[in-house]
Design a protein around this ligand. Structure first.
Ligand code: FRU
Length: 491
């Protein structure tokens, strides 16, 4: 076995050993998601390398096997036959070479001649202090014959540096690769003089890459760095997902442009930037094509495991399907296959919630559930219509999901959600709702994901309430709220 393969194998064994040891010290935790992908123990961030390969879905993720905080980034690996039930596999990539010794950062996967090619960013700290800008980031390749064991390419890095006029070697990462018209393409997140950029590269053979163009760049207001780009075409448009850091008025957010990529010139004409999720905890999403040609997305729900006293940190969102409405806007929907998880079912119809009451329905409660509620706005007079989930018996602890019918704001309020960072997030309904307001909610112990009006908006957030806080209470303010239909399942 080649020397670099031996080093890599050893690094994976060391990581596996650390995970085993951490697991022994890791108690069962009522906040640990049951049906979301989360690490067995320790830190997780971005989804990586999503692909359908040899009859299975592969989901890799950024993983620190040694701690519940970010660092020593490896690629953890899990697979699924149905996108819902996932099995953890051995760690796929570990830092083991000079060019990736401080982390195998985010990247993507493609299949070529039956093999699985994964592209990732080799990260190196260039000073002992390891400050956020003291980095050398290069694009690397690892190949697998069986989808489990990965060999790092002997001539890594495949891209050592961006052209100096468009990028810097310290912030140059997150390769997403795809094929188009018989060639391979890659988008990369980059930064130059405090302006975020997405760079396009092209290759004939996946090994040699040539810089093609800057497909989009920040004007200063749109952020100083763009992370985790993803480009794909969907029903006539080329969508570019990206995560700008430092966008005016925002922290770290994930969103998209829709436009047209001219593959011959590398020019990308695009429209406005839209968020992919209006909640608290959603970052670094990646998409893939499934076996039926649907465009699916997973995002990362970040979590500060240490301050919460947890031995694990973070999870993926539920799988979401992206649907192009035809006007350059995406609808984001929970994957149909999630229906497999449904257990006990209860449904109710035609109920008027009056002001001042917190209405509950028999057996509609829990911490692992799906609920689809349709409010008939024509039969409602309330200014505010909402649901408290994860509510304690006395109602003191609760997470509020509500809609203001006069200004069209959708609000996710976790001020009283228990432990965790709290806060309020809101977004505006895309159009005035004349009739039905549809709220589709998924809860999994510490996750809350709200889909509004068939995927117009999604709001995701983590909450850490008392495990006993499982109540669901409907309320209205300044008038009545008419529940046309309520479907509830335990999951
Ligand atoms: C996004 C990110 C990526 C990077 C990775 C490192 O969350 O910062 O840009 O590759 O995380 O773990």
């Amino acid at each position: 076995m080649a020397h670099n393969q031996l080093c890599h194998r050893k690094a994976i064994e060391t990581a596996a050993h650390a995970v085993e040891q951490s697991l022994e010290l890791s108690p069962a935790d009522p906040h640990r998601p049951a049906y979301h992908v989360s690490p067995p123990v320790n830190w997780m961030n971005d989804p990586n390398g999503l692909i359908y390969y040899q009859g299975e879905y592969h989901l890799f993720y950024q993983y620190n096997p040694f701690s519940e905080q970010w660092g020593h980034i490896h690629w953890a690996h899990c697979t699924s036959k149905d996108l819902i039930h996932w099995e953890q596999l051995p760690i796929a990539l570990a830092p083991s070479e000079d060019y990736d010794k401080d982390g195998c950062f985010s990247g993507s996967a493609v299949e070529h001649e039956g093999r699985l090619y994964v592209f990732y960013t080799g990260n190196v700290f260039t000073t002992p202090a390891g400050l956020p800008d003291d980095l050398l980031q290069q694009q690397c390749l690892a190949v697998s014959e069986n989808g489990v064991d990965f060999h790092k390419y002997g001539r890594n890095p495949v891209i050592a540096a961006p052209p100096a006029h468009v990028g810097q070697t310290n912030h140059f990462r997150d390769p997403k690769v795809w094929s188009h018209g018989g060639k391979w393409y890659m988008v990369l997140g980059a930064r130059n003089h405090h302006l975020g950029k997405v760079l396009l590269y092209q290759s004939d053979n996946l090994l040699e890459w040539g810089f093609k163009s800057v497909i989009t760049e920040s004007d200063g207001k749109a952020g100083y760095m763009y992370e985790c780009p993803d480009l794909f075409s969907l029903d006539g448009k080329d969508f570019l997902l990206l995560c700008p850091e430092g966008m005016e008025g925002e922290g770290q957010i994930a969103g998209y442009y829709s436009g047209v990529l001219d593959y011959s010139t590398g020019a990308y004409e695009h429209g406005d930037f839209y968020k992919l999720d209006d909640g608290f905890d959603f970052y670094a999403p990646q998409t893939m094509l499934d076996a039926d040609g649907r465009r699916l997305m997973f995002g990362w729900m970040p979590m500060d495991g240490k301050s919460l006293g947890k031995t694990w940190a973070g999870c993926m969102t539920i799988p979401r399907e992206l649907v192009h409405e035809g006007n350059g806007r995406l609808r984001i929907r929970p994957l149909q296959e999630l229906k497999q998880l449904r257990k006990r079912h209860h449904s109710f119809r035609d109920y008027l919630v009056t002001e001042g009451e917190f209405h509950t329905f028999p057996k509609v409660e829990g911490d692992c559930l799906e609920m689809l509620v349709q409010f008939d706005l024509q039969r409602s007079s309330a200014r505010e219509i909402g649901i408290q989930v994860r509510s304690s018996f006395d109602g003191q602890e609760n997470t509020v999901l509500k809609v203001n019918t006069t200004d069209g704001k959708v609000i996710f309020d976790r001020t009283c959600s228990g432990r965790g960072p709290g806060g309020i997030k809101e977004c505006s309904l895309r159009a005035e709702i004349e009739n039905m307001l549809r709220l589709h909610i998924f809860i999994d112990r510490s996750t809350v994901e709200l889909f509004v009006n068939d995927g117009d908006h999604v709001m995701s957030g983590l909450v850490f309430p008392d495990p006993e806080s499982v109540g669901i209470r409907f309320f209205s303010k300044d008038g009545t709220a008419y529940i046309h239909d309520l479907q509830f399942w335990t999951l």
